[in-house]
Each structure stands twice: as structure tokens, then as C-alpha cells.
Design a binder for this molecule. Structure first.
Ligand code: ZN
Ligand code: ZN
Length: 213
């Protein structure tokens, strides 16, 4: 029996007025992330909370490359620009063993963002490669990784810059996000935690229902 990726039902999405989003950074330029065929497009309403360069074997396998660059946002800051187009949400294994849901374009099937189990539905790990080239070309250095993770499986020919923040596996979220001058991350952490608690409560409620069937 095949154990390949399993599509799940996309959640309903609706566009929200850009001006009402509390996560908008006043100084953030309008940033668009899209798949190569341009069918699946999102507006990114804030700066990334953190950019991960992940060297894990799962990311290498998914991308067909040596690593992936993921920019983490609150889900409320990643707004569909074509609300009638839903991504394919594909359950996929991850390095933690907890899995992830990868959102892919329904036409070209390229990944634009994903949810990892740890962050839950309140987050979006947007592929930095999906950020439009016009935006990246304005300030290429702005999309450099804040941390390198899972370097235990980094390819040997790749040299990480001196002074970069490097972790054998994943980092301690409370420690890294709780640092001084990381107020945005600390605020986001609270929102993500609250959303995760609500998801857990929902799952427990669903479990009770299942047990009664
Ligand atoms: Zn596409
Ligand atoms: Zn990875």
C-alpha cells in the first residue's frame, strides 16, 4: 500500500482588508509570494518573524536541493491574493517525525508555504524562493537566514558563514524567541501558543465524538 503524500481538504479562506491586519509592519513593503506559474499568490503583511535555513534530509528530499529557506509568519499575515484559488494541502513527513502540511499550487504543484506540527495552523513557513524576485532584488541581504537548523545533515561542500547561528537539530524556541530585542517574536509566540491550545482542545473534542461513534 502506498504511503505517499495524502491530500487533505483545504480550509476555507477569505481575503481580509489589508488595512485591518494588526500584524502589518508600518515600514514593511508590499511583498508578494507566489508559485512559478503565478496561479497561487499571497500578500505578506509583515516582516518574517525568523528565517530558517533547514539542512534536514526531509527538506533536501522535498526540494531536490541541499537545503530550504523558510520565512516564518503568523498565518494572519499571509493573505491570499486570489481567494477563489485554494492550495493543495499535502501531508508530508518532516525531520521531527511529527509531519507537516505543504501548501502547493493546484496547477504547477510547487510548494509556497507549509505548516509544521510545532507551529500549528497559526503559522505559515513561506518558501523564500516564492517571494517575488522584484522584492528580493531590492534588498537581497534581507532574506538571509537567521538560523541554520539540522546542520547535522548539511551537505559537506556547503560552508556556513562564520558567526552564523547554527543548530545540530532544532533550537530552543523559548530561548531564541525570548531574547531581548525580539519583541515581535515574543508577541507572536504567545499568539501561536494560544492557537495551539485551542487546536488541542478541538482535537480532544473530536476524539470524544469519535469514541462515541
Ligand atoms: Zn503554480
Ligand atoms: Zn528541514
Amino acid at each position: 500500500m502506498s504511503t505517499g503524500p495524502t491530500p487533505t481538504t483545504p480550509p476555507s479562506t477569505s481575503a481580509m482588508p489589508v488595512t485591518s491586519n494588526p500584524n502589518t509592519d508600518a515600514d514593511a513593503k508590499a511583498t508578494v509570494a507566489s508559485c512559478p506559474c503565478n496561479h497561487l499568490r499571497y500578500s505578506l503583511l509583515s516582516k518574517p518573524l525568523i528565517i530558517h535555513c533547514c539542512h534536514c534530509l526531509s527538506c533536501q528530499s522535498e526540494t531536490g536541493s541541499a537545503f530550504v529557506l523558510n520565512a516564518l509568519y503568523l498565518a494572519s499575515s499571509v493573505v491570499p491574493l486570489s481567494p477563489t484559488t485554494s492550495p493543495l494541502l499535502i501531508n508530508t513527513p518532516s525531520a521531527s517525525g511529527k509531519g507537516q502540511v505543504i501548501a502547493r499550487c493546484p496547477r504547477c504543484f510547487v510548494a509556497v508555504w507549509s505548516n509544521y506540527a510545532g507551529g500549528g495552523r497559526a503559522t505559515r513557513f513561506v518558501r523564500v524562493g516564492a517571494v517575488e524576485k522584484e522584492v528580493k532584488s531590492m534588498d537581497p541581504g534581507a532574506w538571509a537566514p537567521d538560523v541554520h537548523i539540522y546542520v547535522r545533515s548539511k551537505v559537506p561542500w556547503l560552508a556556513i558563514p562564520e558567526g552564523a547561528e547554527v543548530y545540530e537539530r532544532f533550537y530552543d524556541v523559548e530561548e531564541v524567541w525570548g531574547r531581548e530585542r525580539c519583541v515581535r517574536r515574543a508577541d507572536a509566540r504567545e499568539k501561536i501558543k494560544k492557537a495551539r491550545e485551542e487546536e488541542t482542545t478541538e482535537a480532544e473534542g473530536a476524539g470524544v465524538q469519535d469514541a462515541r461513534q
